[in-house]
Design a protein around this ligand. Sequence first.
Ligand code: 5AD
Ligand code: SF4
Length: 441
Amino acid sequence: MTTPKKLFIKTYGCQMNVYDSERMAESLGGQGYVETSNAEEADMILLNTCHIREKAAEKVYSELGRLKGFKTHNPELKIGVTGCVAQAEGAEIMRRQPAVDLVVGPQSYHRLPQMEARVRAGHTALDTDFPAEDKFEALKGRKGPARAPSAFLTVQEGCDKFCAFCVVPYTRGAEASRPVARVLEEARQLVERGVREITLLGQNVNAYHGAGLDGSDQSLAQLIWALNDIDGLERIRFTTSHPNDMSDDLIEAHGTCEKLMPYLHLPVQSGSDRILKRMNRSHTAESYLRVIERIRAARPDIVMSGDFIVGFPEETEADFQATLDLIEAVNYGYAYSFKYSTRPGTPAAERAQVAGDEADERLQRIQALITRQQQAIQNAMVGRDLRVLVEKIGRKPGQMVGKSEYLHAVHIENSDAAIGDIVRVKATEAKRNSLSAVKRS
Ligand code: 5AD
Ligand code: SF4
């Protein structure tokens, strides 16, 4: 028996990268690789990278500088860069860091096995194509035990919206949706592996329109209803959505589909109509608030989540104040705020930039407000009955850890539950980033 080769993957960025990393590991499994959590013993290291902000992209080069040293101890080690930096920078990565053997973009990683053979033969391998064939068709089915009872499943990729700050349309390509039959097949495979919750992923997931079982165009809501019929699948979530694609049937599903969880990530980026226009967002603050009003009418207890950029070019104090006002109006359970990062090749990169210290100060103010809201919403869960999907064993004896329907982390004390169980609990205490709970009698 040959000893398996070891694969170490480090994932940066979004949940789609987490999904892609799993698929890459599975695909290299066919080449005799098993995963390791120790980079030093790896025969292949892949950095699955993110290009969304400059910091994320630069981290990759400092990590590569560190990893190249491992080659002195293990001359067989191969290093690869995958994901959005690979797509954006291609061969430039190998020029900047010659220790890199392999560069593959997010749309061509199904070719990794052939590329691996090439690098093992002593060559370098580069592939940043947007191939005509569908990578998902080329990848094998999902086999083996699930890593966790909650899994990601990519149903849509790419973006046609071209927000002025964003690299995604360039790194992930044009919008494309997987056919309903393929999504159902993968979801069933995941459930057979022990998965109870699936988060449908797409850069614009609610713009999903895939071929249905009868060939007709199906919306995300229709896909969710089809998934709802899978026995053993208990929870459905989806992310990330665009406000303009919150269609009537999707809003309605939040009120009527029991498996669809009461949590929605709906980025708005700014509360100033002037800035939203300059961002090419094609919606206003008011239209965003109206969408949320309709979602809350369908599902009053829904927890809202959002993304914000501060210090976008030309943003004034008044524009920023409008963003704070919008946050006050929405009351977010979760929100993520970022300082604008200039991305070469995007329209906003050419415009007058906000001074760094001013953007830093705005970031602090927005984060203080968001933290206040998040904590208040989490604290309001104390005393309530929740249903928790148990994901892992806790640190304290008898403690199990999972997520509520609202996505709060919950520590269940003195629990006899197993990983994968869905337990009815009563929240007893709110900590900084989690709730404590006991089993409901
Ligand atoms: N600078 C800062 N934040 C950005 N985002 C996207 N592009 C940039 C950028 N150039 C943020 C947006 C998006 C999230 C994934 O990252 O808020 O919703
Ligand atoms: Fe980063 Fe966007 Fe690529 Fe995800 S899709 S890895 S967020 S650049």
